[in-house]
Design a protein around this ligand. Structure first.
Ligand SMILES: [Ca+2]
Ligand SMILES: [Ca+2]
Ligand SMILES: [Ca+2]
Length: 261
């Protein structure tokens, strides 16, 4: 293959390879997180948008029933997904809440390994907690969209600044799995356990990615790469036919002027 054609292919390959880790808009109302390997519903209050619930807030039992019965049609791929669940919490340290101002599964400035919502809020959204790691109130907490970043809150719709249910029942001091579950607050960046009767929002998520439809930017670059290849091929074909014409009709010059440089 000619170096020029190789360059074109490399441009296309690099364009798809340099997409940064984090959230990706897959179209059809689906946002993929390539670190957690989960797909979030773009609409963070779909229970309300879909008309299933007046405001979208519901008890944990109703939240579980809603998400288990959820069927969502992906208009880009023409596929209906029914494998939705509530986001998970991972109980770190001792069983139950390890309350702290940073680095645990309960409180503020959480370990981002402690739940899918903590990862979304702190890593993907780059947000701050209500208090710093010493417990002192700080400014700029909550759902603060960074206008320069297109792969954060901007990708979603109807994110509520309030409590969201985790699908993980609570097992530990102060509660029981029958009566309590974990939750995450997007208004202050906190995680804790609470009675299952509390009215919180629900954000549906499912494991894995959806079938690939090239991201628009990558697709455009790939097409541009193909266009350059086509141009290179045409140019070579033209040069080839020009050479053929010259060979068929050599210029009638003396032999000593036809020496190659
Ligand atoms: Ca714990
Ligand atoms: Ca943010
Ligand atoms: Ca943004």
């Amino acid at each position: 293959m000619r170096p020029y054609v190789l360059q074109c292919l490399l441009v296309a390959a690099l364009a798809s390879g340099t997409a940064h880790a984090g959230l990706h808009d897959r179209g059809g109302g689906l946002i993929y997180d390539d670190v957690l390997d989960v797909t979030w519903l773009q609409d963070a209050n779909y229970a309300k948008t879909s008309g299933q619930d007046a405001d979208g807030k519901m008890s944990w039992i109703n939240a579980m029933a809603w998400v288990n019965n959820l069927s969502y049609f992906d208009s880009v791929r023409g596929v209906t997904y029914s494998d939705w669940r509530l986001p998970e919490t991972f109980d770190l340290g001792v069983a139950g809440c390890d309350y702290a101002y940073s680095g645990t599964d309960c409180g503020y400035n959480l370990s981002v390994a402690s739940s899918e919502l903590a990862h979304l809020y702190y890593v993907d959204f780059g947000n701050r907690a209500f208090v710093d790691s010493r417990g002192l109130q700080q400014s700029g907490y909550g759902l603060v969209d960074d206008p320069a970043n297109t792969a954060d809150e901007s990708l979603f719709r109807n994110i509520q600044s309030f409590g969201y249910w985790s699908g993980t029942p609570y097992q530990g001091t102060g509660g029981a799995p029958e009566t309590h579950a974990w939750h995450f607050s997007t208004s202050v960046g906190s995680q804790n356990y609470i009675s299952k009767g509390t009215q919180y929002y629900v954000w549906a998520v499912r494991d894995g990615d959806v079938a690939a439809v090239p991201e628009a930017e990558t697709y455009a670059l790939f097409l541009a790469g193909l266009g350059l290849i086509g141009f290179a091929v045409r140019r070579r074909a033209n040069e080839g036919s020009a050479r053929s014409r010259i060979q068929a009709n050599p210029p009638s010059k003396p032999a000593n002027q036809l020496k190659e440089k």
